[in-house]
Design a protein around this ligand. Structure first.
Ligand code: FES
Length: 254
């Protein structure tokens, strides 16, 4: 079965956004996932044809990054962070509870029961750079912060029942295919829903402001511990430092 004509046009549109067409491969693969639900063999061939590269090169990318799925995922793909901080804060317990509750293993898809409106797939994921909200889960790449085994079970039950879910940071959680289309570069205008940064992420900034701490200027010479007053002085310091290093090297060689 061929990809729809509109999809082929959008794949070419993505490739044309970049000076080097092959730079468009990552969003193109997201577009394939938005249409096919996963990266299919046909999707790989099509991307390769459009970009003038081999299917093996496309496949190498599609199998390297974990956001690309070769097997079907659910309408809602649920990730549980089991990286160190989330794990000790409860991520491991959440993942175990969900595997039991959904009766699936890692990277597996639930069967649709008669009462289900949607399917869910489960995966343990690496650090989402959201450790200040540990333990963290994701649904179709939207954050669910400060989760517990109980709230995780409620979440997947709601997803299977087709209940509208919002990220704990605000935005409505869209389906896997809808989210993948956004990652392909076709916005759904939900990006500005919710706060730009939550309170836990701003704690360090607040402490710095209270204490009057500021970052050193970008031109500081970290090696000497002395701060340059101008770009020219920073360059001079760097040259001096390099010359001193070379002299020491010559002395030790001699
Ligand atoms: S360890 Fe889970 S978000 Fe960093």
């Amino acid at each position: 079965m061929s990809l729809p004509v509109e999809t082929l046009a959008e794949l070419r549109e993505i490739a044309a956004r970049y000076p080097e067409a092959r730079s468009g491969l990552l969003p193109m693969l997201h577009l394939v996932q938005s249409v096919e639900g996963r990266v299919t063999a046909e999707g790989i061939e099509t991307c390769a044809d459009i970009l003038g590269i081999t299917a093996a090169e496309v496949s190498g990318v599609a199998t390297f990054y974990t956001m690309y799925k070769r097997r079907p995922v659910g309408d809602y793909h649920v990730g549980v962070c089991t990286n160190t901080l989330c794990a000790v804060m409860g991520g491991d317990a959440i993942f175990e509870r969900l595997k039991d509750h959904l009766d699936v293993g890692n990277d597996e898809l639930t069967e649709r029961r008669p009462e289900d409106k949607c399917t869910v797939s489960l995966e343990h994921v690496e650090c989402n750079a959201a450790c200040d909200y540990a333990p963290v889960m994701m649904v179709n790449w939207e954050f669910m912060d400060n989760m517990t085994p109980e709230s995780a079970v409620q979440l997947v039950d709601d997803l299977r029942a087709g209940t509208e879910i919002h990220s704990t940071r605000g935005p409505r959680v869209v389906t896997w295919r809808e989210a993948e289309r956004v990652l392909a570069g076709f916005p759904d205008d939900l990006a500005d829903e919710g706060p730009a940064a939550g309170a836990p992420s701003l704690v360090g900034l607040g402490i710095a402001r209270t204490n009057g701490w500021t970052a050193p200027p970008a031109s500081a010479d970290a090696g000497s511990g002395r701060t340059a007053d101008s770009k020219e002085e920073a360059v001079e310091q760097a040259d001096t430092s390099r010359a001193e290093t070379e002299t020491k090297q010559e002395d030790s060689d001699a």
